[in-house]
Design a protein around this ligand. Structure first.
Ligand SMILES: [Zn+2]
Length: 303
């Protein structure tokens, strides 16, 4: 998991979930709660936000960082428990179906009291219902409303972590088992008791140590190690006159032809520097936010 940034522009945020269209949906929702004795019918308007949310996670799951073609718009606070946040844009995270449906599901552990949603009952007068509109899900383009909403959410002291709100990386460390060929996620060293509890909840309810994920992380880890091992090998070959022929063969084998063909072979140290820069550049690329398992890669030292 890495920190995500929500893009709050009229182009980015689906028009049907802001401004007066959001209010219309809230009116329908409140009416549905009122008429159904608390069992409202949800319309899946949240799906319209999927393309933008997917861009914000760079085509990865917002929880496990696996690359995905198609995913879910997860309700961070589950709609089964927080019905009033069903159309709340700030409650949406793009997620893979495994994290969302098999692990997180309707779980949402909190350490304090659950915050109260709007009180809706069958005898609610139309003007009372109208007064509730706009009070429980912030307009995503209204920064003050968004800020108040997140303050209210914070009061619950949730154990799960919303990557749009908090930076998840300090909670984790990554432990590679080269025999089992997998990378497990563990609590970072020196976490206090509360942060340790949060780590446990995040690992459990996002399923961050499921076998498939441990193996896929290892593939990424190996790809990084491969680049690192070449960077180190070339470094060792610098200034070694006896290695010159070997260097040339190796450069031919591991560099892309376009780079190899432009090497200045009259200066072998410069060729080696080019190769080292190439592999370090590739390692650096793997740390970028749009790359799979970037949080794990960022925990690996480049030098
Ligand atoms: Zn996932």
């Amino acid at each position: 998991m890495i920190k995500l940034e929500r893009v709050r522009t009229t182009d980015a945020v689906y028009g049907g979930l802001r401004g007066r269209y959001l209010k219309d949906k809230e009116r329908q929702l409140l009416t549905s709660v009122k008429d159904s004795a608390g069992n409202p019918e949800f319309k899946s308007h949240w799906r319209k936000a999927a393309d933008q949310l997917k861009k914000e996670t760079a085509d990865k799951c917002g929880y496990c960082e696996s690359p995905i073609e198609r995913g879910d718009v997860d309700h961070f606070r589950p709609k089964a428990r927080y019905w009033w946040l069903v159309y709340c844009y700030d409650n949406f995270i793009f997620s893979c179906p495994v994290c969302n449906q098999e692990y997180k599901s309707d779980n949402f552990p909190i350490r304090r009291e659950k915050y109260k949603g709007p009180v809706v009952f069958s005898g609610l007068e139309p003007h009372e219902l109208e007064n509730l509109i706009g009070t429980f899900a912030p307009d995503p383009l209204d920064p003050d409303a968004v800020k108040s909403f997140h303050a209210l959410c914070c009061d619950e002291d949730p154990l799960l972590l919303n990557p749009y709100v908090e930076d998840p990386e300090p909670l984790f460390k990554w432990v590679c088992d080269e025999i089992l060929m997998e990378v497990e996620i563990q609590a970072a060293d020196n976490l206090d008791e509360l942060r340790r509890q949060r780590f446990e909840a995040v690992a459990k309810y996002y399923g961050l140590n499921r076998e498939h994920l441990r193996k896929r992380r290892f593939d990424t880890f190996e790809s990084w190690k491969y680049k690192q091992s070449y960077a180190i090998s070339f470094q060792k070959m610098k200034g070694d006159a006896f290695a010159e022929n070997r260097v040339r063969d190796l450069l031919h084998d591991v560099l892309p032809p376009s780079l190899f063909n432009d090497l200045p072979f009259n200066d072998i140290d410069r060729c080696i520097d080019t190769a080292i820069d190439y592999f370090k550049g590739r390692m650096e690329q793997m740390r970028a936010a749009d790359q799979p398992y970037a949080a794990m890669v960022r925990s690996l030292a480049v030098d």
